[in-house]
Structures are given as structure tokens and as C-alpha cells.
Design a protein around this ligand. Structure first.
Ligand SMILES: [Zn+2]
Length: 251
């Protein structure tokens, strides 16, 4: 059994089939992550509709201007629902820079302070902004996960020292993933979360095509291989990690 801890289910028109295929290979928990107002509301409604779907609500740096008081108030209104596991995906993306830097920084801090106030963990999207992200994170009492970790060996110690989990996705299966494989090797087992980020970032052998939660197994197999453990042990550890990172998952 595995939990896909980061997925965007609003992107699937054939949702029922996609979920069934995943359940069929042992993926039986889905954490659906919002990235703008519409997808956050959709994640929330799915979490109410399905037993095995959970929601994370927030605004991605690409859509940073959507962080309005109205949106933050909406989260405060629904915050007590146990299926809402955290705030995300939030962060900084200086690689694609689809929003101006100042707006990204402001949106990130507003959502971090909401997470701190609500005592909810965060799912972070950071690309090329690790230095700024660490400086900002030190100001808040928040935990969570570096989703699709891309900080390389350089930032791994610092990410771990903040007590964050490290999310690994399809890229660990890519043939040119030498540094990322070293990151997995050095990341303690009790800090690893498995995610697909589907429909994006499909692992080998589906690289370049639409990703789906059933493919989480390929990511799990690769990580088990790197760590020299069997799938059953990885399953046990990563389910436990998910419950520690997102305490509401355990309740
Ligand atoms: Zn994502």
C-alpha cells in the first residue's frame, strides 16, 4: 500500500478510471493539492466526496496574485474539516518566474503565516529560490514537505535541519538523475515522502506522457532499490512518514 502525497486530480477528465487503476496496484490514499483558487476548491470538494482523497489548499507561486483576503478567509471557514491536511502548494519559483518576485514573496509569507496560525503543515514548491525560502521559513513555526525536492545535495542538510520531509517524484527514475539519486541515498528513510505530481512528471517508462497515481509504484521501486530495502518496508515507512508530516491523515 502506498499514498500518493501530491497529486492534481482536477486535471483528469477520466478521474474514476485513473483512481481505480491506482487502487488496483495498491495506491490507496490520494492527497490532492490545490495550486490556485479553483483547484483548491475542487480538491476540497473531492475530499468530501471520496473517503480516500484528502485536500491541501493554497496558491502556487505561478498564480501568486490569487492570494486574496477572500481566499484566505475561505480556508479559515473550512479549516476544521479533518480531510484538509495542509496549506499548499505554496513557495517560490524563480526558474519560470511567471509571477513577479515581490508578489511571489508576499503570497508565500501570507500563506505561511496562515499555516502557522491554523497549525497546519505546508507543501512547498521551490525552484531556484531555496536561499530565499530558507530565510523566510526560519521566521515561521511551520513544518511540512519540500514537494518534488530540487535543491540538490547543496540544500539537503538545511532542508532536513528545518525538520521538513523531502518529496520524491518521477525524476528519480530518469536516466540522468545522478545527483537526485545521491540525494535519495543521503536522505534518511524517515524523511521520505512519495509523490507523483500527476499529471506532470511521469516516471520511466512513461516519461513525457501523462502521469497518473498508479505510476507511484515506479517511483517507490526506484527508491526501494536505492535504499536497498523491499517495497513492503518502504510502504510501511512512507505511510508512517505521511502521518507524521500530515497529522490529520492519521485521524
Ligand atoms: Zn504539484
Amino acid at each position: 500500500m502506498f499514498i500518493d502525497t501530491h497529486i492534481h486530480l482536477d486535471e483528469f477528465k477520466d478521474l474514476e478510471e485513473v483512481l481505480d487503476r491506482a487502487r488496483g496496484v495498491g495506491v490507496d490514499g490520494f492527497i490532492c493539492v490545490g495550486y490556485d483558487v479553483q483547484s483548491s476548491k475542487f480538491s476540497y470538494s473531492l475530499s468530501i466526496q471520496y473517503n480516500d482523497i484528502y485536500a491541501i489548499l493554497g496558491i502556487h507561486p505561478h498564480s501568486a496574485s490569487e492570494v486574496t483576503n477572500e481566499f484566505l478567509n475561505w480556508i479559515c471557514n473550512v479549516k476544521d474539516n479533518r480531510k484538509i491536511l495542509g496549506i499548499g502548494e505554496i513557495g517560490l519559483d524563480y526558474y519560470r518566474n511567471l509571477s513577479p518576485k515581490e508578489i511571489q514573496l508576499e503570497a508565500f509569507e501570507k500563506q505561511l503565516s496562515l499555516a502557522q496560525e491554523l497549525k497546519l503543515p505546508v507543501s512547498l514548491h521551490i525552484r531556484d529560490g531555496y536561499k530565499d525560502a530558507f530565510n523566510i521559513l526560519k521566521k515561521y513555526k511551520v513544518n511540512g514537505v519540500f514537494h518534488c525536492y530540487s535543491g540538490g545535495l547543496h540544500f539537503l542538510e538545511e532542508a532536513l535541519s528545518l525538520d521538513f520531509f523531502i518529496g520524491f517524484d518521477g525524476p528519480v527514475t530518469f536516466h540522468n538523475a545522478r545527483e537526485l539519486i545521491e540525494v535519495v541515498r543521503r536522505c534518511p528513510l524517515d524523511r521520505i515522502l512519495l509523490e507523483t505530481d500527476a499529471p506532470y512528471l511521469a516516471p520511466e517508462p512513461y516519461r513525457g506522457r501523462r502521469n497518473e497515481p498508479a505510476y507511484l509504484i515506479y517511483i517507490a521501486e526506484k527508491i526501494a532499490e536505492i535504499k536497498g530495502i523491499d517495497l513492503e518496508e518502504l510502504s510501511k515507512i512512507t505511510i508512517e512518514n505521511t502521518k507524521i508530516c500530515f497529522p490529520r491523515y492519521a485521524t
